[in-house]
Write a protein that binds this ligand. Structure first.
Ligand SMILES: Cc1cc2nc3c(=O)[nH]c(=O)nc-3n(C[C@H](O)[C@H](O)[C@H](O)COP(=O)(O)OP(=O)(O)OC[C@H]3O[C@@H](n4cnc5c(N)ncnc54)[C@H](O)[C@@H]3O)c2cc1C
Length: 502
């Protein structure tokens, strides 16, 4: 249970969120701008007071929840059946309006006023929250202090002590449900998957009908947005394990349809390709990439280039890439000219550095430009796994501030794991007042921020443009040959075995 009062993650407008969750200003008035900065980052947007749970009957309630950031599925709805504590047997239907990097894929964090204001705490700036009334950072007050809460939050706060009877961290079975404007026909009940639930709840818009969809027994991750929006023609068929779209070995190239394109900056776009089936996962392991192939009408031979997806490996139905356009670069130009509905050949996975939890105590990621994508894949996998305690230091160089890709995702990791994830940004052309580093990645900087080579079990990963490899580690000879370690890392005393070039 938590309510940090920050703008919910699903309140940002994007290609995958066409109808963002509404946000409110400090006076709890709805904001018109879906891209207003979050109160947690010094902005004006907060979670609205009415995004609180409410009881329909003694056994049924509605609310809002945060789901895992690794499988965000914004705005999807779930029916939770409580299986422990005094709540056993009661049901709650929640809508995913928020995500959290620290929320496990088997967890629903119910948004309940007075459920603890977590690490970000916008409640103090929005409502003047004090620990005397709002209680512990995690879990909130241990007794009912709701009468001292702001009026707008009192009903939601009372819900915890009324309908929920003060229950703490109940476990639940859950099913995803779909909201329809018209009845969908016969419902199929899902298999039950017991999950651990903490609380943070919120409200569902409108009425409608709910269609109970199967859950996937092997994966507790919520289904993709693609699944939400379509009724399976054969519901029983979708109860199987998710298939891997990319199976490696002899599979060869498969063509994927470009589903959507989002402009990230002046030369970079995010591409979403649909996997062959809505239930498929990509099949990529950490760390790995995919090959793309394209042969234009004037080209003698096809061009083949590797790319690292930025979407989570558990995501079903689609795969995302963040790709920069290089002048006269045949593949990146082709991608940037592609229109939604067109198809591109992909093959893989192409295994890179095989990761397993706690393989190293501390890793350093040195990235330039789009070299961040394999680094993000690795960091995302580490922080998504509660058993993985690896410390991560990122050094990320770019030309200008607009070129810093995946900045929000990286900041999210930094804010959620401040003890374990540290990031240093450098710009060739910094704006006025830039607080990060200036110029290229230098020996002095790396000496200061990187774990020392003699530190136990350190590994350094490098990915970026040719100039960065040359200066930092020396170039790779070929995909299969890492080449000799030279450059700054060699001078600082790292061994060949301590460095991996993507
Ligand atoms: C494992 C791996 C993963 C990759 N993942 C991504 C990704 O997620 N997103 C992405 O945008 N790119 C990624 N790349 C780079 C990508 O594979 C292509 O090299 C890039 O898109 C350029 O291809 P092109 O055919 O358009 O141009 P090319 O003809 O290959 O190159 C055109 C010009 O751009 C320069 N150039 C090529 N690549 C780079 C670079 N990385 N930095 C600076 N200059 C460069 C070349 O020297 C040349 O002058 C990855 C590369 C590797 C090895």
């Amino acid at each position: 249970m938590i309510r940090d009062c920050c703008k919910p993650s699903c309140a940002w407008s994007s290609s995958s969120i066409t109808s963002p969750v509404k946000t409110c200003d400090k006076s709890d008035n709805t904001l018109a701008d879906a891209n207003a900065q979050s109160g947690c980052a010094g902005g004006t947007a907060y979670m609205c007071g009415d995004q609180s749970p409410w009881a329909i009957s003694d056994d049924l309630a509605y609310g809002f929840a945060a789901v895992s950031a690794s499988a965000p599925n914004c705005c999807a709805c779930y029916q939770l059946t409580f299986t422990s504590t005094v709540l056993s047997g009661k049901k709650m239907v929640v809508q995913a309006t928020n995500t959290g990097s620290d929320v496990a894929s088997t967890q629903f964090d119910l948004a309940i006023p007075g459920g603890g204001f977590g690490i970000y705490d916008a409640c103090t700036s929005e409502w003047g929250a004090t620990s005397a009334v709002w209680g512990a950072q995690y879990g909130g007050p241990s007794t009912n202090t709701c009468s001292q809460f702001p009026t707008a939050l009192q009903p939601g706060c009372d819900f915890r002590w009324g309908w929920m009877q003060g229950a703490d961290n109940p476990s639940v079975d859950w099913e995803s449900v779909r909201r329809y404007a018209t009845p969908p026909g016969p419902a199929s009940s899902g298999s039950n998957t017991v999950i651990y639930a903490t609380v943070t709840a919120a409200a569902l818009g409108g009425g409608g009908y709910y269609y109970y969809q199967r859950t996937r027994p092997e994966s507790h991750a919520p289904p993709s947005s693609a699944e939400q929006n379509t009724v399976p023609s054969n519901p029983s068929a979708s109860a199987s394990f998710p298939q891997k779209a990319f199976q490696g070995s002899d599979q060869g190239f498969i063509d994927l349809k470009l589903e959507s394109v989002e402009e990230i900056n002046h030369n970079t776009k995010k591409f979403r390709f649909a996997l062959p089936n809505a239930d498929d996962v990509s099949g990529l392991q950490i760390a790995s990439a995919l090959l793309t192939k394209y042969k234009g009408p004037e080209m003698e031979k096809p061009v083949i280039r590797p790319y690292t997806p930025t979407s989570d490996e558990d995501e079903t139905g689609y795969i995302d890439f963040v790709i920069k356009k290089y002048p006269n670069g045949p593949m990146s130009e082709h991608l940037h000219n592609m229109k939604e509905g067109q198809r591109l050949d992909f093959k893989g996975p192409i295994p890179k550095y095989p990761w397993e939890a706690n393989k190293h105590d501390h890793i350093a990621l040195i990235a330039g430009g789009t070299g961040i994508t394999p680094m993000y894949q690795l960091a995302r996998a580490i922080f998504k796994n509660p058993a993985d305690k690896t410390n991560v230091t990122l050094v990320f160089g770019n030309i200008s501030e607009a070129d810093i890709l995946l900045k929000r995702e990286l900041e999210d990791l930094e804010n959620t794991y401040p003890q374990r994830f540290r990031a240093f940004y450098l710009l060739d052309k910094p704006p006025e007042g830039w607080a990060g580093g200036k110029g290229f990645i230098s020996k002095d900087l790396l000496k200061t921020v990187l774990p020392e080579p003699k530190e136990k079990n350190v590994k350094v990963f490098v990915c970026g443009p040719p100039g960065l490899y040359k200066a930092v580690s020396g170039a790779k000879k070929s995909p299969a040959d890492q080449g000799e370690l030279t450059g700054i890392l060699k001078e600082l005393g790292y061994s060949q075995e301590q460095v991996y070039k993507f």
